[in-house]
Design a protein around this ligand. Structure first.
Ligand SMILES: C[S@@+](CC[C@H](N)C(=O)[O-])C[C@H]1O[C@@H](n2cnc3c(N)ncnc32)[C@H](O)[C@@H]1O
Length: 371
């Protein structure tokens, strides 16, 4: 019985009750594969591994039925479970940090005799997506100089520029007077020292008078707004010129443009089900849309950035800095990554995408709307 743990010892080590382990056994979630000489349940190394996965998912708040589906999935091995658990734990920690920071702010406000509105009190729990994933953003998201040049040209001679959904400040032109707008506290906190002043607000309701700025820009953010057209009309209201970097999901066959969504992550399409057409977006600001090609060595690690460097998508840090991966959920993510891994190893990816290797830039649906 040397390699086995008795039920009592397993419960003690894991910090759960023996009753819990008996329950897991009864429902078939973790069945100890042996018995001691006197008939106690005994857990082998493989049983313990499964128990650890179950307890990890339990700690994250998954229900027992959901956990059974997860741990029984033959496509997910022990390492994949550990990676997923790690990502989810870090996400939960970031969310708890954001919540604790919001509570601190409220305590401070109360100490000064300020009571928050009912809306403010509830908003604390509906954390912004970027309050959850924002801390992973700076690892790979930065200004790509070629895309920055297109934005700068489009801004023309604008002296005052509003950057909406500004994040950490990529693409803010250093030679203009920039005001940033960013609703996520985590993203605001990640702005580098010396970055433009940043106002906590959302695109749908900009706290500025009509025509306050020469230009307003919005880069890789419109798809996060609850009402993109209304947000764009706000940009139009507060600025004389509008420059928006966004995505065209309306052209037929758009999903097939990029091998990652075509062959590995079809769930990407579901994220854009209610997405307005490019024509509607351009119309909201009264502008025209121009294609923006993605350079093969794009410095900004957005979803499409690594189209000619597929191995990059195997890197957890690359994926965590792109909201698509969090929004499709851990199962789709893990499946896509495992499949890509296999195809890279077997040479199938290279066979299918041979033509891409000759390109220096690709048309993957990025559009610059200029008005
Ligand atoms: C992919 S990041 C882009 C950040 C930056 N513009 C860049 O290019 O690196 C998207 C940003 O949009 C912000 N965002 C989300 N909802 C928003 C809203 N309703 N109004 C304005 N910004 C929003 C997020 O908090 C996040 O910082």
């Amino acid at each position: 019985m040397e390699q086995h743990l008795t039920v009592g010892r397993a419960a003690e080590l894991a910090g759960v009750s023996v009753r819990t382990l008996h329950h897991y056994d009864r429902i078939g979630l973790v069945r100890p594969s042996a018995r001691t000489a006197v008939g106690y349940r005994a857990y082998s190394a493989a049983d313990v591994e499964r128990l650890r996965e179950v307890l990890g998912y339990r700690r994250l708040g998954f229900g027992l039925r959901e956990i059974a589906d997860l741990v029984d999935d033959p496509a997910t091995d022990a390492v994949a479970h550990l990676r997923r658990l790690r990502g989810l734990m870090l996400e939960q920690r970031d969310r708890a940090d954001a919540l604790a920071a919001a509570i601190d702010r409220e305590l401070k406000a109360r100490a000064m005799g300020i009571t928050s509105t009912p809306e403010e009190q509830l908003k604390v729990f509906g954390a912004q997506l970027y309050d959850t994933i924002g801390s992973a953003y700076p690892a790979t998201r930065r200004t790509d100089p070629r895309i920055a040049a297109r934005i700068r040209d489009a801004l023309g001679d604008a002296r005052t520029v509003l950057n909406v959904g500004a994040g950490t400040g990529s693409y803010e032109p250093p030679d203009r007077e920039v005001t940033a707008v960013e609703p996520s506290a985590v993203m605001r906190a990640l702005r580098p020292a010396g970055a433009a002043p940043c106002v906590a607000a959302s695109a749908g309701s900009l706290p500025f008078a009509d025509r306050s700025f020469d230009a307003a820009m919005a880069v890789s953010t419109v798809h996060h707004w609850p009402d993109p057209a209304a947000g764009l009309r706000e940009l139009r209201r507060v600025a004389r010129r509008v420059v928006v970097l966004t995505y065209d999901a309306g052209t037929p066959g758009w999903l097939d443009r990029f091998w990652l969504s075509r062959d590995y992550l079809p769930e990407f399409a579901e994220l854009l089900v209610d997405w307005p057409s490019l024509a509607d977006l351009a119309q909201a600001v009264g502008g025209r849309a121009e294609p923006v090609l993605v350079p093969w060595d794009c410095a900004d690690g957005f979803f499409e950035a690594y189209w000619r460097r597929p191995e990059a998508y195997l890197d957890e840090a690359v994926r965590r800095a792109v909201s698509v991966w969090t929004r499709v959920g851990p199962e789709a993510e893990q499946r896509a990554v495992s499949l890509l891994h296999e195809d890279l190893d077997s040479g199938r990816w290279a066979e299918r995408n041979r033509d891409l290797l000759a390109l220096d830039a690709a048309e993957l649906g990025l559009r610059l709307i200029v008005a």
